[in-house]
Design a protein around this ligand. Structure first.
Ligand SMILES: Cc1ncc(COP(=O)(O)O)c(C=O)c1O
Length: 221
């Protein structure tokens, strides 16, 4: 019996079959060619975006596919830190994929949110946040209902952009993004029975519309 689903999941037969079908019946480049096969895979690709959006209660255009959760967090970090140096408020419980980007290049400043786990959360108050003297704080946290309820109150009261790392919780809890405080939400497909190489990044529409692209190129000009 395989017990290490937190690391990655074994793939159901229909996932393997679907990947096999695409590779054996005609592979083409998504959004990059004008032919029958390219139309087919592009349609299938956009359908999966719709399905992910439906699964999480978002709009399809708020979903961006990249390589994995680590890359999604790096994308957000790069987009935010390009404009100004960040003061990042996070917990000491995070995966290193959700810590290292925020502290890279000496740009980010890491404020440990919880040194003893969730019990310290009530002590992070609006007042404490204001006392930091920074107004561009980004909260990054693993998702659970307990976290999200508290963080929602917090981020609403101080108007913080918040990133939710749902990499572990996505398999266990029903997540409706609209009910959460998160402006960004990330997870990896391979932890939820999907193929390797798929990371999901949700960015709230209002933010997305005002963002500059992080990657240039691709698609067709
Ligand atoms: C909470 C959490 N965040 C991020 C990651 C990174 O995921 P990936 O290696 O798919 O980028 C993991 C992987 O174990 C994780 O558990």
């Amino acid at each position: 019996v395989y017990f290490d689903n937190a690391t990655t999941t074994q793939k159901p037969r229909y996932v393997i079959q679907r990947v096999n079908d695409v590779y054996t019946q005609g592979i083409a480049n998504v959004h990059r060619a004008v032919n029958f096969l390219a139309d087919e895979v592009t349609r299938a690709f956009e359908e999966s975006r719709q399905q992910v959006a439906q699964f999480l209660g978002m709009e399809a255009r708020e979903i961006i596919f990249v390589r994995n959760a680590t890359q999604t967090i790096n994308v957000v970090w790069r987009a935010l830190s390009r404009k100004k140096s960040l003061r990042v408020l996070t917990t000491t419980l995070e995966h290193h994929s959700n810590l290292l980007p925020w502290t890279a290049e000496g740009q980010g400043e890491f404020v440990p949110w919880s040194s003893r786990g969730q019990n310290r959360w009530p002590f992070v108050s609006h007042h404490a946040l204001n006392e930091t003297g920074f107004n561009d704080v980004c909260c990054c946290f693993k998702f659970s209902w307990q976290y999200s309820t508290r963080s929602r109150k917090l981020s609403k009261s101080v108007d913080l952009p918040g990133l939710i790392d749902a990499s572990q919780s996505i398999r266990h809890e029903r997540i409706n993004v609209r009910q959460l405080a998160g402006d960004y939400l990330v997870f990896s497909g391979h932890k939820i029975y999907g193929p390797s190489g798929v990371g999901v990044l949700y960015i709230k529409r209002e933010i997305l519309d005002s963002m500059d692209p992080v990657f240039l190129g691709g698609s067709m000009v």
